[in-house]
Design a protein around this ligand. Structure first.
Ligand code: NAI
Ligand code: MG
Length: 394
């Protein structure tokens, strides 16, 4: 029997192209695992009115470890229209399966490393005062609270009477009191002390293990006083347990400006859900973008690893596939770290670093093409990129 069982959920679009590539790499490093396929995504919604099938939930509950590709999500109206005719009008409501999965298994720690590989033409560069450019080494990991905040899903357009009454009890709601229901949309930003403590602790533990000298809490406590205020307060409490590690506090708006000035100074950033989502995409942009952005959704019991990109429908139909498998392969390496197979993960990251450094094999996204898919020439395919990584594993 294999040592590990991994639930593989390719999902939609390019998820089906990149996930199998990560399995080739896992096999090549000798990861002792059995893989069980599970369905997720748009077809499940269209055919069954449920994008996250019960079998997938059961498999994850049992085996606790998942690799996920990407899914397609569409707004409510489009989702209803694509539901198969016999299911339409029966009260099915579309929920994003990855958001549901994070909440269902309390995968509350989202870890998103943004680490630059030397030689990547997409890396951030900065003009020097005296002329020329420098290319600082970016090594940032964003810890994003993954289950609450702005993505908690407690929201209404035309809030019901009792909600409206509660809102009316707040003096600041006077300004909105006369807005007709259908013209009023409300999304709750919920932060709980316990979840805030867990994400801050994860960030500090990571900083400790990696030997980083500080953690940045990135919120907006001067304006969003209650929720960002609680995040910052908890970060300060947690910091007391890590005397050798400094806590810096930045505001989300200023942080995005500093991202363009001195991104190399931020190694560990912790934030609530929406801010963490924004920060991790922004930092990923400095190290090559979506083709390089890996992530882990980690709970106490279950963990699921996925590239942060989506299903990229524009590219999903191309044959042979040309999207970059590196984000998915790096996500698989994070899974190895998680199951204490760090040396295998390091081998994978070293092989990727070597391919990028050599610069002989590059997928289209690494080549700064303009003019659409017809202009793409000389780029490696998805399979060729994995092949180059496998070569360097030897
Ligand atoms: P996307 O991430 O799918 O693609 C945006 C663009 O990024 C692509 O057109 C392509 O140019 C580039 N790109 C993405 N992955 C790449 C890769 N591996 N290699 C090279 N280039 C890559 O985001 P988009 O277009 O906004 O959304 C498409 C669908 O994906 C939507 O239905 C959206 O809801 C869903 N989505 C799903 C996510 C998930 O499964 N976790 C996350 C983000 C979006
Ligand atoms: Mg995102």
């Amino acid at each position: 029997m294999a040592k590990h069982t991994v639930i593989t959920m390719p999902g939609d679009g390019i998820g089906n192209q990149v996930l199998p590539e990560s399995l080739r790499v896992l096999k090549a490093v000798g990861f002792d695992a059995e893989y069980i396929h599970a369905d997720i995504g748009w077809d499940c919604w269209c055919n069954n009115g449920n994008a996250l099938p019960d079998r997938t939930i059961e498999l994850l509950t049992k085996h606790k470890l998942g690799l996920f590709g990407a899914i397609t999500s569409k707004p409510n109206k489009a989702a209803q229209a694509e539901l198969k005719p016999e299911l339409q009008g029966k009260g099915y409501v579309y929920y994003s399966p990855i958001v549901t999965m994070r909440q269902k298994f309390n995968l509350d720690i989202c870890m998103r490393p943004c680490v630059g590989f030397t030689g990547n033409p997409l890396n951030y560069i900065r003009k020097k005062v005296g002329g020329g450019f420098d290319e600082p080494q970016i090594d940032t990991t964003v810890f994003r609270q993954n289950t609450e905040g702005m993505y908690g899903g407690v929201e209404w357009t035309n809030p019901p009477e009792n909600v409206r009454a509660a809102l009316n009890s707040h003096p600041r709601f006077k300004a909105f009191a006369n807005v007709p229901g259908p013209d009023l949309a409300v999304s709750c930003r919920i932060i709980t002390r316990n979840a805030a403590k867990r994400i801050c602790t994860a960030a500090f533990e990571f900083a400790k293990n990696r030997g980083f000298k500080g953690v940045t809490i990135c919120e907006k406590p001067n304006v969003v006083r209650e929720t960002s205020g609680m995040m910052e307060e908890v970060a300060k409490d947690v910091a007391k347990n890590y005397p050798g590690i400094a806590l810096w506090s930045t505001n989300i708006d200023a942080q995005l400006m500093w991202l363009n000035k001195n991104p190399e100074e931020y190694n560990v950033i912790v934030a609530s859900n929406l801010f963490g989502d924004i920060l991790s995409d922004a930092f990923a942009g400095l190290v090559g973008g979506l083709g390089f952005a890996a992530s882990g959704n980690i709970g106490d019991d279950v963990a699921v690893f996925e590239p942060t990109h989506g299903s990229a429908p524009k590219y999903a139909e191309l044959n042979p596939p040309i999207v970059n498998p590196i984000a998915m392969i790096l996500s698989a390496a994070m899974m190895l770290d998680h199951v204490h197979e760090g040396p295998k993960a390091d081998r994978i990251r070293k092989a990727i670093a070597e391919v990028v450094r050599e610069g002989k094999v590059r997928t289209y996204d690494m080549m700064r093409f303009t003019g659409g898919s017809k202009a793409i020439q000389g780029a490696a395919s998805t399979v060729q990129m994995t092949g180059a990584i496998l070569e360097n594993l030897k």
